[in-house]
Design a protein around this ligand. Structure first.
Ligand code: PMP
Length: 391
């Protein structure tokens, strides 16, 4: 068993060997520029990109031409939000989003506020869910866009995008969803969800880092945020990352074949881990709604413990507090704070995210390691007072 046990698949995933195999020829042997129209090197690369585009489109049930390749979900979110805003401002300038979104969405919105956007940051209910009604109530005559993630990266809770999109579209408002943590993990169908724009990233689904995609529904116009050679039908300039795109395509093909089996496996491993922790460690609870969520994530509060101390003790586990993107900061997670947790509860919470290569023996080891380290942390922690003692 490789230690530490990797239970941080929401931060990133290893590249699946099948994906790596598919990528390798596109570095040195087939190195052509997919935009070179005058020779075989270019045509071959272009064909590989076209195949990948089909694989990606097939997974989310859209047309190939609706896929724009990007450098990842951060760029996809920025392109969707800023690209739409630039096209429609000043006629429409209001954006509705949620406080528990990824910083790539929140910061893009904040940036646009400097340029005249009005943004409503909805507070979810304490279980992390934002109702379609909450979104509908926030719409104004000048609302341009609703941007709500499909699955939250920290707590795994799924948001009711289909209902949100229906109400938004009734008012002529565009809908963007950050589906980075959902694509490849649960069935995602853009027609069923009825969204106009959808972001995702290869490295969360066993593909390489630095490549992702934005689905743009046919007919939806936006201003490119990268000027240059007019690649990707003028929506995103820059020489295509052919090996990365081939990798994303293969990752989508593998996910499409294996999604259902993987879902069941991961859900049962996650439930085993979660139930064992809740049953065997006092003063623990799950953050966020436990019914509507991704199969492989659980975010657990170990009340009264200091998350940093706990993490230091958990030498054999690779897990995270809050999201990796903000783990350099000591501020409590903005997602857990939006769920009304106290700073102490937020700091005492750990996210466990399982993945394709997680085994039952790893989970068993993780549980016994946790039991031991939690016990030690409680005994060593100055100022730890069990709840029972206080009652
Ligand atoms: N959105 C969500 C929900 C994410 O989890 C992440 C990755 N932490 C991103 C966006 C950013 O993705 P990328 O790393 O591809 O830029």
């Amino acid at each position: 068993m490789r230690l530490p046990i990797y239970l941080d698949y929401n931060a990133t995933t290893p590249v699946d060997k099948r994906v790596l195999e598919a990528m390798l020829p596109w570095f040195s042997e087939q190195f052509g520029n997919a935009a070179s129209r005058t020779h075989l090197y270019g045509w071959t690369a272009e064909e590989a990109v076209a195949k990948a585009r089909k694989q990606v489109a097939s997974l989310i049930h859209c047309q190939s031409k609706e896929i724009v390749f990007t450098s990842g979900a951060t760029e996809s979110n920025n392109l969707a939000i800023k690209g739409l805003f630039e096209k429609y401002y000043p006629q429409k300038k209001h954006i509705v989003t949620v406080q528990t979104e990824h910083t790539a969405t929140l910061d893009a919105c904040q940036h646009l506020e400097k340029w005249g956007a009005a943004v409503t940051y909805l507070l979810p209910q304490p279980d992390g869910i934002v109702s379609a009604q909450q979104v509908a109530d926030a719409l104004r005559p000048d609302t341009l866009l609703v941007s709500v993630m499909l699955a939250n990266n920290e707590i795994g809770v799924l948001l009711p995008l289909q209902q949100i999109a229906r109400l938004a579209h009734q008012k002529g408002v565009f809908v963007h969803t950050d589906a980075t943590q959902a694509v490849g993990k649960i069935a995602v169908d853009v027609a069923e969800l009825d969204v106009d724009l959808l972001s995702f990233s290869a490295h969360k689904m066993y593909g390489p880092k630095g490549v992702g995609a934005l689905y743009v529904r046919a007919g939806v116009g936006m201003m490119p945020q990268m000027d240059g050679g007019g690649h990707e039908r003028g929506r995103r300039s820059g020489t295509l990352n052919v090996p990365g795109i081939v990798g994303l395509g293969e990752a989508c093909a593998v996910a499409q074949r294996e999604l259902q089996t993987e879902y069941k496996n991961l859900e049962s491993l996650r439930n085993y881990l979660e139930n064992s922790i809740l049953a065997q460690i006092a003063e623990t609870f799950v953050n966020g709604n436990q019914n509507v969520r991704l199969p492989h994530v659980t975010n657990i509060c170990f009340e009264g413990l200091d998350g940093e101390n706990l993490l230091l003790g958990l030498k054999d586990l690779a897990v995270s507090t809050g999201s990796a993107c903000t783990s350099a900061s000591v501020l409590p997670s903005h997602v857990l704070k939006a769920l009304q947790l106290s700073d102490a509860q937020a700091h005492a919470s750990l996210r466990f995210s399982l993945g394709r290569f997680t085994t039952l023996s790893e989970i068993e080891y993780a549980i016994s390691h946790l039991l031991e380290v939690v016990e030690k942390t409680k005994n060593n922690q100055v100022g730890y007072v069990p709840n029972d003692f206080l009652q």
